[in-house]
Design a protein around this ligand. Sequence first.
Ligand SMILES: Cc1ncc(COP(=O)(O)O)c(C=O)c1O
Length: 432
Amino acid sequence: MPNEPRQFRLTVDELPKRWYNIQPDLPEPLPPPKDPDDGTSRVEQLPNMMIGECLKQEFSQDRWIDIPEDLRSLYLQAGRPRPLFRAFGLEKALGTPAKLYYKSEFYSPTGSHKVNTALAQAFYAREQGFERLTTETGAGQWGTALAYGCALTGLKCTVYWVRAVYRWKAARMAFIKLLGADVCASPSDRTECGRRLYEKNPEHPGSLGIAISEGLEDSRNDPKAAYSLGSVLNHVLMHQTVIGLESQKQFDMAGVYPDLIISCLGGGSNFGGFALPFMGDVLTKGKKTKFIAAQSQAAPNLQGEYRYNFADHAEMTPLLKMYTLGHQAEMEPIKGDGLRYHGCSPIISLLRHHGYIDTVAYPQDEKHVFENARLFVRTEGFLPAPESAYSICCAIDEALKCKETGEEKVIGFNVSGHGFMDMEGYSEVLGI
Ligand SMILES: Cc1ncc(COP(=O)(O)O)c(C=O)c1O
């Protein structure tokens, strides 16, 4: 260990110049969005709801899509490329023969991987002449990232924040406001779909599905606004592939190739961003890497049904083919609330359907997850976001299996965010 490098860094010039679009490499064409049997056409509404360039990317069959130079410059401003670390401290504590590597999305200025698509979406929205973006947020990480993207590109931003989380993340709320965004708890009394729930119960905990409906309704009523989604959609996962593309180069530098890729999964953007470039190698180059998505039993969407379902609560989106628990499923709030979403992105769902992705769902009390995050903090020194703690927990569980079997597996996992604004969650779950 002592002379082996702990950290793999890329130069500014090595920041990816193109995103990877996995669509042409999928084992079958992605089932397209469709309309329900009755009601107005949601598919026809898409150009009115979404940023034009993002909509184009959503259906693109081009394997590589250029990242505009001005956007690359914003990625540099946000601190990309980010290092890959070898987790020597954690390996030693576990006594495992496995080699553990983690990507450091926690170095993001807003605290998570979400900036990679927030900057792209804000960039394209400004190019198209929009003045405001509306959105949902669960953990608050996506809301902060979009507020940041809008601040840097001179756009206004409105964030509908799942009430269960809005209530306990005061520091993150102040951060979102500091960035200049307008933020309210969802369900709110600002939209028709929010009011229906809010008036019945002003303390309604909310869900990502409800907050998406509110953001959509808000932007639909303002021609200068577009709606921006932080996960699930194909173009969002594609923007996130900068994570996996950088990591591939860094594993090259380390002289190893991962046997196992692990990440947490809510709607699928972090998992997809890290895993899809490696998945491309499996699909086109015969690599044998395995993939595990770490979830919560509060929202084990990958164990739901594979079928067409709405992406939001109020049925304003088209139907997407995905693993789902049902778009109006009630799911108990958790500290890793960014994982509490009813459905999984169509791309990841298709790959799961074809057997390429395994999943694990950890108990809702989150004790096992947070205890493993504590071990990570004490051995590696970085404080993960509660959602990222699920990736770490799964990597630790897999490393312990290697200890039993003696396998020297190379395991890569993504620490999608930091937890500096989540200390109440740690204190409550761990009784600190
Ligand atoms: C730090 C972090 N990681 C992961 C997620 C899960 O979302 P997704 O599956 O889109 O990556 C979230 C969602 O809010 C998050 O904040």
